[in-house]
Design a protein around this ligand. Structure first.
Ligand SMILES: Cc1cc2nc3c(=O)[nH]c(=O)nc-3n(C[C@H](O)[C@H](O)[C@H](O)COP(=O)(O)O)c2cc1C
Length: 383
């Protein structure tokens, strides 16, 4: 039988150990999870591997990294979607997942240009599911030598690119010449635009904050985020994807068990949910500009093109020393969000037949840490 004194000592001892553990862990940052950012700097013999070591650093919804890469022959690759890595509650038509693939393909192309290679993209070569993606490939890529091809000037900024989920400096407005430089992200399928006045920016801040709250207070969409929370360095290293919670506070909590943190966060009306909503309301309030990409349609080709434009936007802002932060809640196509979806379209001057593909905050920010990635090897499918 356990004697009461031993039990108390036991619990005390465990707590002391947990305390020591927490003290050790607060100094920890994920190790393995950040290695792919360094590995992208290593030159590979096979230029396709070089390109894909960069492509896996692409921004993508909830950092789910849904890509699967199959090398074919000497100069081709097929990219497909790991269908289990989609986010059906907030992205019921896989629109945002396809945007992430557009970012991936653009990064591969930019990286390949450094080796004098152009990537010919055959998008959805076997057709695409209109409502949902399916097992058919997202793209076939052919790497073609192009004599005299110059390296893309954005290639040098790939490893510094971030999604800046932080407050921006309201004392430093975005210079008009920077906004003009971003216009180059428009294409024949995509139109770049931005908030043109203080009033327009304020209206978007208010709309984005309400949309964020709507997502957090809606049980099934909150649950989708909670399911991919990774709490503390150990869990992030073991699962380098999803929404990672880092830093001393979460390291200490992770000692109690990540599942406890997830359970505590899963109530739309809890104090913790309200705290997160307030935190994001404050972040959104510190936004000097919004920028957005409107698709002139909403086909899979438009979504892929939106991703390619967004990636260039993100690299251009990196080059300009600006932070860029997507705020997608109001763009998402589920019933509870419908009124805010309509409001976002109105505020962003979206015409009938067009689709708001990306909306993002823009401004100057303090440096932001890179997010976790699975290594390329985890994404390669052996034929
Ligand atoms: C289509 C799309 C939508 C996104 N929406 C949001 C969003 O609403 N809020 C947010 O904080 N980040 C959003 N992101 C950014 C991702 O969370 C981010 O890319 C991912 O966590 C990886 O981080 P990184 O971009 O810093 O490498 C979005 C990214 C993409 C491609």
């Amino acid at each position: 039988m356990v004697n009461r004194r031993n039990l108390i000592l036991g619990v005390g001892g465990t707590l002391a150990l947990m305390g020591a553990g927490a003290a050790w862990r607060v100094t920890r940052v994920p190790q393995k999870a950040l290695q792919p950012w360094a590995q992208a700097g290593v030159t590979e013999l096979d230029p396709r591997l070089d390109a894909f070591r960069h492509a896996i650093l692409a921004p993508n919804p909830h950092n789910m990294q849904p890509w699967q890469i199959r090398l074919m022959g000497d100069d081709q690759a097929e990219i497909s979607c790991d269908l289990a890595r989609r986010l059906p509650h907030t992205d019921p038509f896989d629109r945002q997942i396809v945007i992430g693939f557009g970012c991936f393909v653009e990064l591969a192309s930019i990286a390949a240009s450094r080796r004098g290679l152009k990537i010919e993209v055959d998008a959805f070569p076997e057709g695409a599911g209109e409502e949902r993606l399916d097992a058919r490939p997202v793209a076939r890529l052919r790497f073609v030598a192009e004599p005299g091809l110059a390296a893309d000037p954005l290639a040098g900024f790939i490893r510094d690119r971030r999604s800046a989920k932080v407050p921006f400096d309201l004392a430093r407005p975005v210079p008009p010449e920077s906004l003009a430089a971003l216009q180059t992200t428009s294409s024949d399928l995509i139109r770049f635009d931005y908030s043109r006045s203080h009033n327009e920016t304020e209206a978007l801040i208010s709309m984005a904050s309400t949309a964020f709250e709507r997502e957090m207070r809606t049980p099934h969409t909150l649950r989708e985020s909670i399911d991919v929370l990774r709490v503390g360095a150990s869990e992030i290293d073991a699962n380098p994807d999803g929404i990672s919670l880092r830093g001393p506070f979460f390291e200490a909590l992770s000692v109690l068990g990540p599942d406890k943190v997830r359970d505590a966060s899963n109530d739309p009306q809890s104090a913790e949910t309200t705290r997160q909503i307030d935190r994001y309301r404050q972040i959104f309030a510190q936004t000097p500009r919004f920028v957005w990409l409107t698709g002139l349609g909403n086909s899979r080709a438009h979504q892929l093109a939106a991703g390619r434009s967004y990636l260039r936007l993100n690299l251009l802002t990196t080059r300009l020393g600006l932070g860029l932060h997507p705020v997608s809640q109001a763009l998402q196509e589920y019933p509870e969000m419908a009124p805010l979806f309509a409001e976002a379209r109105r505020l962003c001057r979206v015409e009938t037949g067009e689709t708001l593909q990306m909306l993002a905050r823009l401004g100057y920010a303090a440096p932001v840490a890179p997010t976790p990635r699975w290594p390329l090897e985890a994404k390669l499918i052996r034929a």
